[in-house]
Design a protein around this ligand. Structure first.
Ligand code: ZN
Length: 440
């Protein structure tokens, strides 16, 4: 029944349980034909084209887009369709955040991180994760890549299951489960060797254990594999100060993780902040570099040559720089300059925020679009980085654009985001899989 809801529910519902209940009551039986919806869009930014279109009709059948084109033409194909009139608005593809932590509520300091792992049960953290999934969807994010649970084992897969079964509202979730780092190289670590403390990752040592950990995570539902390539960041001596780091895995271990993941049809994301960690991750053959604050010109060339994606997570960098102190402040400026050079060289920069590193309740993830424009992207480029390019990273050809055959994942905003990118932080309409979750 709930699967039917995701395909065929046509009534406008929002995310409160009270609003959801009547929608469930009206869900048609399994034999009902998929419902037709005609959305009138004043303007459409489809996620792929280089210019918006005006007066567009979008015909939605069940969970997918059936037709997109000039309104008069599409109207003819959907004579019996229910109409959603968004003619004063601009429609875009649902946003995609490729770096999130549903199971985390902000960790600007070690203390804030440790408190969550030490004093919150995994069930409690999963309840907050369900809330976070709703927040993401209400902010227009219809898909996320969740890059590890920070000690909450495989609970991201449970949240994903609850969303896909229609039990809770949330985005499409691509889960990576536990992530990996070698023994002693990821929190929680303590001087008190008598305590067995929770691990923020799956500790992995040696190539055999690396392969085994990938197999375990895939067996428990990992869509992606993530590992931590480095830690301990520091700048080399001026004037050409390079951001260095300590590399976690041996090359053999990192290559075993990547090879086993690829063998099992999973892509690999590497947390890599310093230049040494980025270089090691690129040698291992990862698919995306996460954070990448220490990116250099020669590493940029490798990204371009290998087609590796860069997910810069600017929002979190700026959020934690103050509380963390040390190199974290200068790292922000270093990354800003590196991104400008990477854009010129054509690196595939994909939107990711690291939300969960900052509290879900405090900042709207769509702020990341604003930073990308400040850092040199055109507004349209920023939009593509959080829609079509993000879908490409996720290998999801049915997401990230408004076109026939794609999933009907749409958002709408009142003003023109090409003139003011912060408009994306004020979505007025959200549809995922043909179901309306936010309406004006
Ligand atoms: Zn992260």
């Amino acid at each position: 029944m709930r699967r039917v809801l995701s395909r065929a529910a046509t009534v406008a519902i929002c995310c409160s349980p009270a609003a959801l209940a009547p929608a469930l009551a009206q869900t048609p039986g399994p034999s009902a034909a998929p419902a037709l919806l005609l959305i009138k869009a004043g303007r459409l930014i489809d996620g792929r084209a280089d210019a918006p279109q005006s007066n567009v009709g979008i015909l939605v059948e069940g969970e997918r887009i059936k037709a997109v084109g000039p309104l008069a033409q599409v109207q003819g194909q959907g004579r019996n369709a229910r109409v959603i009139d968004l003619s004063p608005m601009t429609i875009l593809p649902g946003f995609i955040d490729t770096h999130t932590h549903l199971l985390l509520q902000g960790d600007p300091t070690a203390q804030s991180y440790n408190e969550q792992l030490l004093y919150q049960s995994t069930p409690y953290r999963a309840i907050l994760a369900a809330r976070n999934a709703r927040i993401a969807l209400e902010h227009g994010f219809t898909a996320i890549r969740d890059l590890e649970t920070e000690g909450a084992m495989y609970a991201d897969v449970d949240v994903k299951r609850a969303v896909s079964r229609g039990e809770i509202p949330g985005p499409r979730i691509f889960a990576s489960t536990r992530a990996m780092a070698p023994t002693g190289m990821y929190p929680i670590v303590s001087d008190n060797w008598e305590l067995e403390l929770p691990h923020g990752v799956q500790p992995v040592d040696g190539v055999d254990n690396a392969r085994r950990a990938v197999r375990e995570q895939v067996a428990h539902g990992a869509d992606w594999i993530k590992y931590y390539s480095d830690r301990r960041y520091y700048f080399g001596p001026a004037p050409d100060s390079v951001l260095h780091s300590w590399v976690n895995f041996t090359d053999e271990e990192a290559k075993a993780i990547v090879d086993e993941a690829h063998r099992l049809g999973r892509s690999v994301a590497a947390h890599a902040i310093g230049s040494d960690g980025i270089a090691a991750a690129l040698r291992a053959g990862v698919n995306s570099i996460e954070h990448g604050d220490g990116m250099t010109d020669s590493l940029i060339d490798v990204l371009v040559a290998k087609g590796v994606y860069w997910v810069p997570t600017v929002t979190v960098s700026r959020y934690v720089a103050g509380p963390r102190g040390g190199p974290w402040g200068p790292m922000v400026e270093h990354q800003r300059q590196a991104m400008a050079r990477a854009l010129k060289k054509g690196v595939k920069i994909v939107l990711g925020t690291d939300v969960g590193g900052f509290p879900w309740t405090e900042l709207n993830q769509a702020k990341e679009f604003e930073y990308y424009v400040q850092y040199g992207m055109s507004p349209l480029q920023a939009i593509k980085s959080g829609t079509s390019l993000a879908a490409e990273l996720l290998s999801q050809p049915d997401l990230g654009a408004v076109a026939p055959g794609m999933y009907a994942d749409l958002v709408a905003v009142s003003a023109d985001p090409l003139k003011d990118i912060t408009e994306l932080q004020r979505v007025r309409f959200v549809m995922k899989g043909g179901v309306v979750y936010v309406s004006p």
